[in-house]
Design a protein around this ligand. Structure first.
Ligand code: EPU
Length: 337
């Protein structure tokens, strides 16, 4: 396996920041990964495993090894009249897999159309959109343990999924590398269209079927979220805020129009985009970084921004939201230094 040195990371992440990695290694099979892990190279350097780089903010050059999976392939494991089970390589581009599901009349993944990134990272991040989270489709996650090189199968329950959370981001952070994911999809029509005005949007474009739902979701995303090829960004910069019910009720008295989603008897979720928008940030530019003018949850690189510039803007936004609403925003983006 080839180890590349002093590689520009610009095309390996979606913020488009011009940083370099000291080493860059890509592997195409589980065996190649195991061999690399046993080579001892890792014990001498820090390591970051990346997917499509759609959730990363590099603060400076990375003085270590960037590891990337090029494990491809979509393998049919089983199928009956109702359910299909497929194993997908961690390096498969997420939206290519969604397209594959739609082409094969498999239901379940279509609401997650056009989310950037790769399949391995989708299972780490528990990506979600329009009322669906990827955990709803996952049966098993295969991952290699960095220290032993052993491959372990995690059941859905063992992945400890929550909102943008998993055991791979939490308790076992940095310990496992996801190699493939087994998904369960429905062969019978099953749609989830209750998110905001989604059903009405779908019906505007035609009947409710897989291609129409996928195309509608793509159109909605494209109308709100900037294309990273044009304007560097990492999608939602912050997670939506989960706040104690008492704070939520106090805020609701002051802002009756505040959107919110039920979480539990004791907690409520408030959209970070709404909070940031109400602080007046939408469309504001600071140096080469800006808050997107169509969705306040997204920070964009207007061209030539450094990672630090984007981090500084995110801190200013957090401070505004903290002082206006008493809410601590948590970045969804991972800061790398
Ligand atoms: N809102 C505003 N101003 C804004 C943005 C949003 O007032 O600038 C309000 C909207 O009017 C709406 C509410 O906030 O009432 C929620 O907005 P939206 O439906 O656009 O979704 P979101 O909560 O901002 C989440 C995910 C997105 C996902 C969408 C659609 C998170 C952090 N983000 O955004 O995920 O696409 O729902 O389901 O949960 C991503 O993770 O990168 C991502 C784009």
């Amino acid at each position: 396996m080839q180890v590349f040195e002093n590689i520009s990371l610009k095309k390996y992440h979606t913020f488009g920041i011009d940083v370099k990695a000291r080493y860059f290694v890509e592997y195409t099979s589980v065996d190649a990964l195991k061999t690399f892990l046993k080579s001892g190279f890792l014990s001498e350097h820090k390591m970051l495993h990346i997917g499509g780089g759609s959730n990363l903010l590099f603060l400076n050059d990375y003085d270590g090894i960037i590891l990337h999976s090029a494990i491809k392939g979509i393998e049919l494991l089983g199928s009956d009249d109702n359910i299909v089970t497929v194993k997908v390589g961690a390096g498969v581009v997420w939206d290519d897999f969604v397209q594959y599901c739609v082409d094969n009349d498999w239901y379940g993944a279509e609401n997650l159309s056009l989310i950037p990134g790769e399949t391995g990272a989708s299972a780490v991040q528990n990506i979600g959109a329009y009322g669906v989270e990827v955990k709803d489709l996952i049966e098993t996650v295969y991952a290699v343990e960095g220290s032993s090189g052993d491959e372990v199968a995690f059941t859905n329950a063992e992945c400890e999924y929550g909102y943008r959370e998993s055991v791979f981001k939490g308790r076992l952070k940095g310990k496992f590398i996801v190699t493939s994911v087994v998904f369960k999809l429905s062969r019978q029509p099953e749609f989830k269209l209750s998110y905001q005005h989604l059903e009405a949007e779908v019906l505007k474009n035609g009947v409710v079927n897989l291609p129409n739902v996928r195309n509608t979701i793509i159109a909605v995303r494209q109308s709100k979220l900037p294309d990273p090829e044009v304007l560097g960004n990492a999608g939602s910069f912050f997670m939506n805020a989960v706040v104690p019910k008492s704070l939520f009720l106090d805020l609701q008295t002051l802002y009756p129009e505040m959107p919110h989603y039920y979480v539990s008897e004791t907690e409520e979720k408030v959209p970070a985009g709404w909070l940031i928008d109400r602080c007046g940030w939408k469309g504001r530019r600071v140096g080469n970084a800006a808050v997107h003018d169509k969705q306040a949850l997204v920070i964009v690189n207007c061209g030539g921004a450094s990672g630090q510039e984007i981090a500084d803007l995110s801190e200013q936004i957090r401070e505004s939201v903290r002082s206006k609403f008493g809410i601590e925003l948590v970045p969804e983006v991972n800061f790398v230094s």
